[in-house]
Design a protein around this ligand. Structure first.
Ligand SMILES: Nc1ncnc2c1ncn2[C@@H]1O[C@H](COP(=O)(O)OP(=O)(O)O)[C@@H](O)[C@H]1O
Ligand SMILES: [Mg+2]
Ligand SMILES: [Zn+2]
Length: 450
């Protein structure tokens, strides 16, 4: 006879099932189910009765604009929507080793208000040494090496910090549950209790969560709907820079990104991101073209690089890094059908320089130019920027924020901009020629004769 009620919970998304499943019906992850003991407090909950009302007339409630506490990092503040909101809970997810602890320690080690950094992963000495390396040893920073939730909540009562960091949620455990740390029930319960306390006492919480691909540790996906803000910390292992973006934000836009350079001395903010996403080799190239993409409200110039080679085997290869593979196939089909450029016997490799990901169709035109010059070996000057969506008929379509994109290109010294027909008033740009084209065929004709 079983003493406890047992459920199986997907460690990736929190889907619950009464029997073990090989594949999660909710998020399609394999082998993500683990057995978890559930305790219920149904009796006590049912008995709960209250006298008197506890709702308020809307006029009785005092409203005040949300105040944001700065994290002392412009990039992090931007992504948060201006800083940390009192009582808010922020989840920072990312692969192990990407720099989550560094980012948080580096920011909070410098702020003037009281913060409590709780680590379940490292010793106090290790954290101190890291803080020294990052040069952020501050009077207002308190460290605690602890994994027990009750001890943590108790320490919060004693220290009354304004910001609490939990590094990481996978290591924290409450005495109320019998499961081990890192299980979905533990993670959910600990987070819920931290959220409750944060809302009540008005401090902000930063919860760090590891994302693991194999699903052995419960992914922060389970927490996404519980917290106010979800930040993703991303980076390419081959590059030093890191990007932080908001996947969800109750207090700001989800379009903003923060860009950092990971160095020994910590994460350096990159205020001029366009410059790092442009490669600076020789002046003439083929197979490559620069576009201006938008990351939130910031324009970012990025270089699209392609390699077009003859394919000696039956199936030509299409390899795509940093861009949607299906979109590439569509653009190749448009080039074949509308411009008579044949890619059926060539391999196509496409890479967005610097390891950035582009999700925007505004990069279409630059990709087509890169592919066309890659196929024909046409050399282009590096001072050309192309912006525009390419339709299935080969027509060029308008994109948003054209003015911002063009201004950024002009600022960085680009001399020619190729854009779709547009009604948008364009900025006065002295040193850059802006040329509008109705379709891809005309644009490529112009490019090939440059
Ligand atoms: N002593 C050190 N000197 C220089 N860089 C270090 C040192 N220790 C760690 N790092 C850098 O910091 C990264 C780990 O960052 P960390 O903040 O611990 O990641 P996370 O918390 O996301 O697991 C490592 O990948 C490494 O690049
Ligand atoms: Mg860490
Ligand atoms: Zn799942």
């Amino acid at each position: 006879m079983k003493k406890y009620r047992v459920k199986y919970i997907c460690s990736n998304c929190g889907f619950e099932s009464l029997k073990w499943l090989g594949k999660c019906p909710s998020c399609a992850t394999w082998n993500s189910f683990s057995e978890e003991i559930l305790e219920t407090n149904e009796k006590t909950v049912r008995k709960k009765e209250k006298s008197g009302t506890s709702s308020f007339n809307i006029n009785e409630i005092e409203s005040s604009p949300e105040s944001h506490r700065t994290t002392n990092s412009t990039e992090l503040d931007r992504v948060l929507g201006g800083g940390l909101v009192a009582g808010s809970v922020v989840l920072i997810g990312g692969d192990p080793g990407i720099g989550k602890s560094t980012l948080v320690l580096q920011s909070l080690g410098k702020v003037g208000y009281k913060s409590l950094y709780i680590s379940g992963e490292e010793s106090l000495r290790q954290i101190k040494m890291r803080a020294e390396r990052l040069q952020v040893v501050s009077e207002a920073l308190f460290l605690m090496a602890e994994t027990n939730l009750e001890n943590i909540l108790n320490e919060i009562d004693l220290r009354t910090p304004e910001v609490v960091v939990i590094d990481s949620i996978q290591t924290i455990q409450t005495d109320l549950l019998q499961n081990s740390a890192g299980t979905v029930t533990q993670i959910r319960e600990c987070t819920a209790r931290l959220i409750e306390k944060a809302k009540k006492d008005g401090f902000s919480v930063l919860i760090i969560g590891h994302v693991t691909k194999d699903g052995t540790l419960a992914g922060p996906k389970v927490l996404e709907h519980m917290v106010d803000t979800v930040l993703q910390f991303e980076g390419d292992p081959n590059h030093n820079y890191r990007i932080i973006r908001a996947a969800k934000n109750r207090f700001g836009s989800t379009n903003e990104i923060g860009i950092f350079d990971m160095r020994d001395s910590g994460l350096i903010e990159i205020t001029n991101p366009s410059e790092i996403f442009l490669s600076n080799s020789s002046s003439k190239v083929n197979g490559s073209c620069v576009t201006a993409t938008m990351e939130g409200l910031r324009p970012l110039l990025v270089e699209i690089q392609t390699l077009v080679t003859p394919s000696h085997f039956g199936n030509p290869q299409r390899v795509c890094d940093g861009f949607d593979y299906r979109r590439l196939s569509i653009l190749l089909a448009v080039l074949e059908k509308r411009v008579d450029l044949r890619f059926s016997t060539t391999n196509v490799f496409l890479n967005v320089a610097g390891g950035l990901n582009i999700y925007e169709t505004a990069a279409d035109l630059a990709i087509c130019i890169a592919l066309a010059t890659g196929l024909t070996d046409k050399l282009l000057e590096r001072n050309l920027v192309a912006i525009g969506e390419v339709g299935l008929g080969g027509e060029l379509r308008q994109v948003k924020f054209l003015e911002k994109r063009l201004s950024e290109a002009a600022r960085l010294g680009f001399k020619t901009a190729l854009i779709p027909p547009t009604n948008e008033p364009l900025p006065d740009i002295d040193n850059m020629e802006v040329i509008r084209f109705p379709n891809l065929r005309d644009t490529l004709h112009f490019v090939m004769n440059m």
